[in-house]
Write a protein of this length. Structure first.
Length: 330
């Protein structure tokens, strides 16, 4: 069975965008692949996080992984910090990555261009840790959103370079970007990604939002003056975003949805999108409450970390022997 790996960085509460772009796919793939799904909590601290809030977000993220349908009997679920080999391989990957490559990474470039100050060294080098997160498990595939594809491309470049220098060590992973829902946009500004860090949360639906709150956000979503429901990300980005949300959750093709709403107004369309979203949130939240009540989180993380460490330790040992820093037999 081929292996697939992905992780989420829960700097805030998980969003509908996280669910459509990542979690829903984890669940879909877990029957066909050996799935490794981790919580990237080291990546959370590249910018300051209030400790108690971060701790809650991490617990909620694990609970929501399970609530969305990830099965710990099929998927390996763990915290990044519970597998120390990630950080050690991250340093080794940093030593095999060029400054020019990091300078081209979009997130750091964007923050520099905006004139942000006090940026951490961790923010600059986190792509090398992300490379380690991936390569330490030799996955065949890494499902990513469109905005994260660059990181997998860097990972591939560094792995190829390492293999050329030291011999065949890492499998070269392939990114998987889904056609629908790969990038869910803000409801209030469809030119921007739906993000946990939005200054106003009106454009962001959280998986733990009250259904009435989520419904109101959908009904208030920005549209346009075209007055017809059509998938046109350039002329109608708001409507196109709602169509992607609907299609991703209902599994109805976008073409079918637009055909049903031909000649109908945006209000009626938004109501149906809201119904689809609320139904999905209610199901997830019912599962979430049961998981919290049953205290499943610690057991799942302990078992997942043990499975992940057994893979990661072997790979790190092989890497260190290859580059010459390991001198005793293990």
């Amino acid at each position: 069975m081929k292996r697939m790996l992905s992780g989420i960085k829960p700097t805030g509460q998980l969003t509908l965008g996280n669910y459509i772009g990542a979690l829903k796919n984890f669940v879909r793939y877990q029957d066909d692949y050996e799935m490794i799904a981790f919580i990237a909590n080291l990546h959370c601290i590249t910018v300051y996080q209030e400790p108690q809030e971060l701790k809650k977000n991490l617990r909620d993220a694990v609970a929501l992984y399970l609530a969305c349908g990830l099965d710990p009997k099929k998927a390996t679920i763990f915290l990044q910090t519970d597998v120390l080999e990630h950080a050690q391989l991250g340093y080794i990957m940093a030593c095999n990555t060029y400054l020019g490559e990091l300078n081209r990474m979009t997130q750091f470039k964007d923050k520099m261009a905006k004139g942000e100050t006090n940026l951490s060294a961790g923010l600059y080098t986190y792509p090398t840790l992300m490379s380690a997160d991936i390569l330490i498990y030799d996955p065949d595939y890494v499902p990513v959103g469109e905005d994260q594809k660059q990181h997998v491309e860097l990972t591939r470049d560094v792995a190829i370079r390492f293999n050329h220098r030291y011999g065949d060590t890492f499998k070269i992973p392939e990114p998987l970007v889904q056609k629908v829902g790969a990038r869910i946009m803000s409801l209030s500004d469809p030119s921007k990604k739906m993000s946990k860090s939005e200054e106003s949360n009106k454009g962001c639906i959280y998986l733990l939002d009250e259904p009435a709150v989520a419904r109101k956000k959908i009904m208030s979503a920005v549209t346009d003056n075209e007055a017809h429901v059509a998938f046109d990300p350039v002329k109608q980005p708001g409507i196109s975003n709602l169509l992607q949300i609907h299609s991703s959750l209902s599994n109805e093709p976008i073409e079918s949805i637009t055909a049903r709403f031909e000649g109908k107004g945006y209000g009626e369309f938004k109501k149906e999108v809201a119904e689809v979203v609320v139904a999905e949130l209610e199901k997830i939240q019912a599962n979430y409450r049961a998981i919290i009540a049953e205290n499943q989180i610690e057991r799942v993380l302990e078992e997942g970390a043990a499975k992940a460490r057994s893979i990661a330790a072997r790979k790190l040992n092989k890497v260190q022997r290859r580059i010459g820093i390991e001198i005793r037999k293990r």
